[in-house]
Design a binder for this molecule. Structure first.
Ligand code: 8YV
Length: 315
């Protein structure tokens, strides 16, 4: 059988490139200097798209591939894939849930600890000689025993909450409905009310048009001048302008962010702030998880082309 042609939207680690190239005829979109001409040339051959969570596949790309059958996303989030365009054409979509859940939760909790205890500044304090010259590092805020809110108690939110329970935190969550498995954690339907009873608010919602800017000016103000916002989901879940305004005026205490509007470029206003911890969208970025994600991307494509059920279908 001829290897199916696939369009690769962004690079993968070297350990994924080799098996991908063995199994498929890969067209590397990200390397094309003139992307519209490249799509016009290879699009008619393409039966599958291999993409990444944050890159997705837009309508123009999908429409440039008239023989497209499947889009395989390296990531749990598929908000950057134009699902309407896929649905219209009967194009299947897969993602990589579960394999990344624990690492994403770990990074969220690590960001909370790091920012609350001032670990980045403390590292600088040691390296630049301030410890010897100026003495003790300024005191920071405690984490254990404080109040945490989890906005979106899905797979990742649940793992975050379990970890926070280990810090003896008072935990509440918001979701569309209370969850049976969340006994001992308070259900608070309204995100403003959740923020109002939280010192740390974790955003762990799958992003969609419905969740866009769910963390708005009011949620941010309710979290308040002592509060910390932690985002390990998608930037679109937060009104970023409102967040920046609140951080600049200390209406919000601090924010630990792994995702940004327009990433990898980000609003330069973030860089001028000292009450933020900025991370380069790497919550799933461990060798172990990325290997599992890459395998799942290929296994979904292989299952599709072998006429077998998809392992982790979205559509
Ligand atoms: C990215 C992600 O896919 O899982 C998601 O939704 O956004 C990430 O895992 C990852 O950064 C690789 O591009």
């Amino acid at each position: 059988m001829q290897r199916p042609h696939i369009l690769q939207v962004g690079p993968y680690p070297a350990w994924d490139e080799e098996p991908l190239n063995e199994a498929f005829r890969v067209h590397r979109y990200f390397e094309a200097a003139d992307k519209p001409s490249f799509l016009a040339e290879v699009g008619p051959l393409v039966r599958g798209i291999a993409t990444r969570g944050e890159l997705g596949a837009n309508r123009a790309m999908i429409e440039a591939c008239p023989s497209l059958e499947v889009v395989s996303v390296y990531g749990v989030g598929f908000d950057a894939v134009d699902l309407a365009a896929c649905r219209e054409r009967g194009v299947r979509v897969t993602n990589t849930p579960d394999v990344l859940t624990n690492d994403v939760a770990d990074l969220g909790v690590a960001m909370m600890l790091c920012l609350s205890r001032g670990m980045i500044g403390a590292e600088r304090w040691v390296r630049d000689g301030s410890w010897a010259a100026r003495g003790l590092y300024p005191l920071k805020r405690r984490v254990w025993g404080r109040r945490a809110g989890v906005l979106g108690l899905g797979r990742i939110g649940y793992e975050v909450a379990k970890r926070l329970a280990g810090f003896g935190m008072d935990i509440a969550y918001s979701d569309v409905a209370p969850k049976d498995f969340a006994s001992g954690w308070e259900f608070v339907a309204d995100p403003v009310a959740l923020a109002g009873r939280s010192d740390f608010l974790f955003v762990t919602l799958a992003a969609s048009a419905a969740t866009r800017h769910i963390v708005n000016k009011d949620v941010i103000a309710a979290l308040g001048e002592e509060g910390m916002l932690i985002n390990i989901s998608r930037a679109s879940n937060i009104d970023e302008e409102a967040l920046l305004d609140a951080l600049e005026t200390n209406v919000l205490g601090s924010a630990a962010l792994d995702v940004f509007e327009g990433e990898p470029k980000l609003n330069p206003r973030f860089l001028a702030l000292d009450n933020v911890l900025l991370q380069p969208h790497h919550a799933s970025g461990t060798v172990e998880t990325r290997k599992a994600m890459g395998k799942l991307v290929r296994d979904n494509l292989a299952a599709h082309f072998a006429g077998q059920p998809l392992l982790t279908p979205v559509l």
